[in-house]
Design a protein around this ligand. Structure first.
Ligand code: ADP
Ligand code: MG
Length: 395
């Protein structure tokens, strides 16, 4: 309440003339009051009655007005109420001492009030600044929070988009692999059934001509014999290419036979000695899984031939109730370490490694590559359901 009144007065006293006017009015009021009370107090306690005017002026009106008030109060007191009256002359030591005490007390009050006012003003400024800083901090904090939440939602959105795109890419690459397998199967069949049949017919015709070679000149007979050899070589090559593109045994008899046949052919062509260790009870697996395992073995052995420099390799398949593990090991020079780190962090390795990984991913499997100079092991593990019987062949 007092503080509110005080602040209202302070606001009113913001202009200088108003402060001087008020100091004058208050001093005049207390001088008049002093006059009214004069019969009671006389000059017993000089200046005491006008001190409230000094206190008021010092507190509310500031330095200049309060000094003016002090001087006017002194003059008024001296002129009207301290003998000899109606003169400003100070007579005698007690009066002089009284005047000195009056000035000392007044100045103390004025200095105290002024100091208090300055400290209060400084405090108010500091408080204002602090409040402003606090408000600014609050605003910055809110702004930051807003930005963080915006960024978070943007990131979430990007994440969702990325995940969707990754899914699309994965679906696409798995579809591509599937289409590649289908295409290879189709070309293999075409080669075998169409080109292969024509070449076989050509071979038969050449054999017929060879049987009649007595009627030919020696040169023509030699040409026919050479052509018959070329045709049988061509037929063999078409068969090999067709089998490499898609081993017919894989669909018909299953992974075990297809692998045995492929490994034999690979060893013969590459002159790399390959051991094959397969479980006796492997049975039939889902067709896509058999194709995937066959293609992985094919890629691994091609890598051994192309990159390792090894003269031997081992292919092992082990199967537990719910997992199948395939290992292809060689005794070659090993994968260079920079290629290994690229392979480990799924970087831009060759198509072979990422293709194998992609094939395995479709079945929830994974690829592990460990390589040191002298040995490289590529291991694929994939979950399998209970072994399926031979009845699954026709499925
Ligand atoms: N058995 C291996 N021995 C040595 N290096 C290998 C072997 N297998 C793979 N690599 C290295 O890893 C790289 C990636 O293999 P891959 O993804 O199959 O690509 P590509 O065979 O097309 O080069 C190869 O380029 C080769 O340097
Ligand atoms: Mg390769």
């Amino acid at each position: 309440m007092l503080a509110r009144m005080n602040s209202r007065i302070q606001r009113w006293l913001e202009s200088k003339p108003q402060r001087y006017a008020l100091a004058l009015a208050v001093t005049a009021f207390f001088l008049v009051l002093r006059g009214v009370l004069d019969p009671v107090i006389g000059s017993y306690v000089p200046y005491l009655a006008v001190l409230p005017a000094i206190v008021f002026s010092a507190w509310f009106c500031g330095l200049g007005p309060s000094i003016l008030s002090m001087l006017l109060a002194f003059l008024g007191e001296q002129y009207w109420f301290i003998p000899p009256f109606h003169t400003l002359r100070i007579s005698g030591t007690p009066d002089r001492a009284g005047a000195i005490v009056y000035f000392l007390v007044s100045l103390t009050i004025i200095i105290f009030a002024e100091t208090t006012r300055r400290i209060t003003a400084k405090l108010a400024t500091t408080t204002d600044k602090l409040r402003e800083t606090g408000e600014e901090l609050g605003r910055s904090h809110a702004e930051l929070e807003q930005r963080v939440s915006e960024r978070t939602s943007q990131l979430q959105q990007t994440n969702v988009e990325l995940r969707t795109q990754t899914d699309v890419v994965r679906q696409l690459s798995s579809r591509l692999l599937q289409m590649q397998d289908e295409e290879r199967r189709r070309i293999a069949r075409e080669l075998h059934d169409s080109v292969g049949q024509i070449v076989a017919a050509l071979g038969m015709n050449l054999s017929a001509v060879q049987r009649e070679s007595d009627h030919l000149s020696p040169d023509a007979a030699a040409d026919v014999a050479e052509s018959a050899n070329l045709v049988s070589e061509l037929s063999r090559q078409i068969r090999t290419i067709s089998h490499l593109l898609h081993p017919p045994l894989l669909d018909e008899v299953g992974l075990v036979s297809a692998l045995q046949h492929y490994v034999e052919g690979f060893a013969e062509r590459s002159k790399i000695q390959v051991s094959l260790d397969l479980p006796t009870d492997l049975g039939r697996l889902p067709p896509e899984m058999e194709t995937a395992i066959f293609r992985i073995v094919q890629e691994c052995l091609t890598n051994v031939h192309r990159h390792s420099g090894s003269t031997s390799a081992a292919v092992r398949i082990a199967k537990t109730a719910n997992q199948l593990r395939l290992e292809v090991q060689d005794a070659g020079k090993g994968i260079p370490s920079e290629k290994q780190s690229e392979i480990a962090c799924h970087g831009k390795t060759g198509v072979g490694m990422s293709g194998m990984r992609e094939r395995l991913r479709q079945f929830g499997g994974q690829l592990e590559v460990t390589s040191v100079p002298g040995q490289t092991v590529v291991a694929a593990t994939l979950p399998v359901r209970q072994a399926q019987g031979k009845s699954a062949i026709s499925a």
